[in-house]
Design a protein around this ligand. Structure first.
Ligand SMILES: [Zn+2]
Length: 328
């Protein structure tokens, strides 16, 4: 196996590329602060062999003693939290946020998602296959008492780095960035990515993740950031420009959903997704892989929820299904 790519970004601060073969994200960035007292690893990659081998290589190349290594997980998705439980030692602290920990530890989250998926028009026979093949379902989360839960504003210190926890819900309900005010570094997780757009998705009804995401982007916009260290792809400098692009992207998506409902409504979230434009190499919606249909519908739904919150559209029961149309 080729040696894992590790670069020193700042003194004693490294970025390691943990490969995700076959996944369009390509790799997860793991950031490591190496210090005599204790090391910190920020995000890890998935629970799969390519990631595991790369992470072992990181521990070896940087000579990290597991007993002196702690972890910070930006959010609950398996490409970030996946490997943590395999690399923790008995003395390791795992920093994590409460909203995501509650979801990971929810007894029947997949049952709830399954029920909502069908209600939103995802064809019944696809539902079971979709949930059955969802990579998240196969990850057994750690027990809640194993996490050290952080709150917004908490500060953790490793080496010469003082890291402020900045809660940025949207991509996940408890997504948390780390901000280092001295050098103005932002470990952005999947809140702000450069070459790709973080997906904002929901299946559950009680929230407005896209609204949360806009608020979290606005909050980070007010901060002074010199270097963004994202969860995927390259590190970059112009944080505010990227925030504006991401907001513009979602405003265009909201317009697109409004146009679809104006033309075709009332329709289900699944039907909205099938009419939206996606950057995927496929002939058309019917040729999309099942998991892509699933993610697309979740993303359509996040936009639908936001428009509902803004009072621009409303829902209607159609038998067992939910459909959406423009508000009068
Ligand atoms: Zn990710």
């Amino acid at each position: 196996m080729a040696a894992t790519i590790i670069e020193e970004i700042k003194p004693a601060l490294y970025r390691a590329e943990i490969p995700l073969p076959g996944n369009p994200l390509k790799a997860t960035n793991s950031y490591i602060i190496k210090d005599e007292k204790r090391n910190l690893v920020i995000d890890t990659g998935m629970k799969r062999s390519a990631c595991r081998e790369a992470m072992r290589d990181v521990f070896e190349q940087l000579a990290l003693d597991p007993e002196k290594t702690d972890f910070f997980v930006t959010h609950m998705h398996i490409d970030h939290i996946g490997l943590v439980d395999e690399f923790v030692a008995s003395s390791s602290v795992v920093y994590f946020n409460r909203p995501d920990a509650e979801i990971l530890n929810h007894k029947n989250i997949w049952g709830m998602i399954l029920a909502m998926t069908e209600r939103h028009g995802f064809p019944a026979e696809m539902v079971k296959m979709a949930v059955g093949s969802h990579p998240g379902k196969h990850y057994e989360p750690k027990k809640p008492e194993d996490f050290t839960l952080v709150e917004d504003g908490d500060i953790i210190r490793y080496g010469c780095y003082e890291l402020h926890c900045i809660m940025t819900p949207g991509h996940s309900p408890g997504h948390t960035c780390l901000y280092e005010p001295e050098q103005k570094l932002l470990f952005s997780g999947d809140h702000i990515l450069c070459d790709i757009t973080p997906n904002i998705t929901t299946w559950l009804d009680e929230s407005d993740p896209l609204g949360d995401y806009f608020r979290s982007l606005d909050r980070v916009w007010t901060m002074s950031v010199k270097l963004v260290l994202p969860g995927h792809r390259r590190i970059f400098t112009d944080c505010r420009k990227r925030i504006e692009e991401l907001k513009e992207h979602h405003h265009q998506r909201l317009e697109e959903v409004m146009a679809i409902l104006r033309e075709a409504g009332p329709v289900s979230a699944f039907d909205v997704a099938s009419r939206m434009t996606w950057d995927l190499v496929a002939e058309g919606w019917d040729d999309f892989p099942l998991m892509q249909k699933w993610f697309a519908t979740g993303e359509a739904l996040a936009h639908i929820r936001h428009l509902e919150y803004e009072g621009k559209i409303r829902r209607e029961e159609q038998g067992k299904k939910l459909v959406f149309k423009l508000a009068d």
